[in-house]
Design a protein around this ligand. Structure first.
Ligand code: COA
Length: 162
């Protein structure tokens, strides 16, 4: 069974992340979308809020082979715990490539048996990032089309309270 782990902060999930998740769901038998709990970032949405939003999106998209989870510590340790041979990441721009090359080198050094698979972001989503969504939402801008419709209201209402 081919198992992939799609890790990230997902603060909040965007349509860019959803595109990558769908690609992974089509390629692997099982995918864990895993929220990093000890990120150096200071997330706006709690881990439980992010997991709940991920679950809503997975249900509304009918991605039956995708499971939500959270993890702390090293990503490769989490992958080993789950029996996953593959890490899933998305690439939007050249700067993503530079960042991902470093991450890949470190992960391969620690766990050569785990491979990272990259999907290109959909062109129309390549400018989307969670921080843009947070800022737009905070100032009441329209974020429809940029985040999954199943969680649009949850995100808009929550960010508007900030
Ligand atoms: N579409 C939209 N946005 C995307 C995207 C895509 N396809 N791909 C990345 N992004 C955005 C995210 O929204 C986020 O935006 P933000 O900075 O504006 O919030 C940014 O790109 C990067 O976020 P993310 O993909 O969540 O990665 P990350 O840098 O937060 O976390 C981990 C990356 C989880 C893989 C990494 O930190 C990790 O493995 N941590 C565990 C510790 C570890 O093992 N480290 C390894 C070396 S020691």
């Amino acid at each position: 069974m081919k198992i992939g782990v799609y890790p990230g902060t997902f603060d909040p999930m965007t349509n860019g992340h959803l595109h990558i998740l769908k690609e992974a769901s089509a390629l692997f038998d099982k995918v864990y979308i895993a929220v990093l709990t000890n990120s150096g970032k200071s997330p706006v949405f709690s881990v439980e809020e992010r997991l709940s939003m991920l679950r809503e999106v997975i249900a509304s998209e009918g991605l039956s082979n995708v499971e939500t989870d959270s993890f702390g510590g090293l990503l490769v340790s989490y992958c080993r715990e789950k029996g996953a041979e593959f890490i899933v990441r998305g690439l939007r721009t050249v700067s993503d490539f530079e960042y991902e090359s470093g991450l890949d080198a470190v992960n391969r050094h620690m766990a050569p048996e785990i491979k990272t698979v990259y999907f290109m972001a959909a062109l129309e989503q390549s400018f989307v990032s969670s921080s843009y969504i947070r800022e737009m939402g905070h100032y009441g801008a329209d974020i429809s089309g940029l985040v999954p419709s199943a969680i649009l209201n949850t995100i808009s209402e929550r960010l508007n309270q900030q």
